[in-house]
Design a protein around this ligand. Structure first.
Ligand SMILES: Cc1cc2nc3c(=O)[nH]c(=O)nc-3n(C[C@H](O)[C@H](O)[C@H](O)COP(=O)(O)O)c2cc1C
Length: 151
């Protein structure tokens, strides 16, 4: 399954993905990664800066599911698939420029790249849409809520 225009736009605008992996003991583990990029129609990737647990889990079981959410429209995506860790070397050197373009100096702290194949891509929506809420209403509601939190 490939990433459609909605998926590419969502990840480019909100590159914070919550990455679920499985520990060697079979427990769930989720942690946020804010350096996601869409590499091509079938691949998303983040930079490993400080994610020892996720990297260890992927060595044990190389599969992940990632959730991306637009906090204003309350719509998002779940992307699941096989994961591959790319440590510094020729392939890393070819790809890291993409992160440098978007995040500048932060890219210098990336120790490895984690590529996830989008084998399964599913949309996410908040339940108020089931009752007829519109995107405009959701955006207005969450703009107001965020303005209350951070006036
Ligand atoms: C908003 C946010 C974005 C983050 N982005 C990244 C990232 O892109 N890469 C990374 O390695 N760590 C990132 N982190 C830090 C890791 O999520 C954090 O160190 C976490 O404890 C790692 O857990 P893990 O070792 O189980 O993956 C981010 C943390 C937050 C709160």
């Amino acid at each position: 399954m490939s990433l459609n225009a909605f998926a590419k736009r969502l990840i480019a605008t909100f590159p914070l993905g919550f990455v679920a992996t499985v520990t060697p003991e079979g427990r769930p583990a989720v942690s946020p990664k804010g350096t996601f990029l869409v590499l091509d129609d079938d691949t998303i990737a983040f930079g490993h800066i400080r994610s020892p647990g996720t990297l260890a889990n992927l060595t044990y079981w190389p599969e992940a599911e990632v959730n991306f959410i637009d906090q204003w429209t309350r719509k998002g995506l779940r992307v699941r698939g096989g994961a591959r860790v790319i440590w510094p070397g020729a392939e890393f050197d070819t790809l890291i420029g993409r992160w440098r373009t978007v995040w500048g100096d932060l890219a210098g702290r990336i120790e490895a790249l984690v590529l996830i194949t989008a084998e399964d891509v599913k949309p996410l929506t908040t339940p108020p849409y089931d009752d007829g809420a519109t995107e405009e209403e959701m955006i207005a509601l969450y703009k107001a809520k965020f303005a209350e939190i951070y006036p």
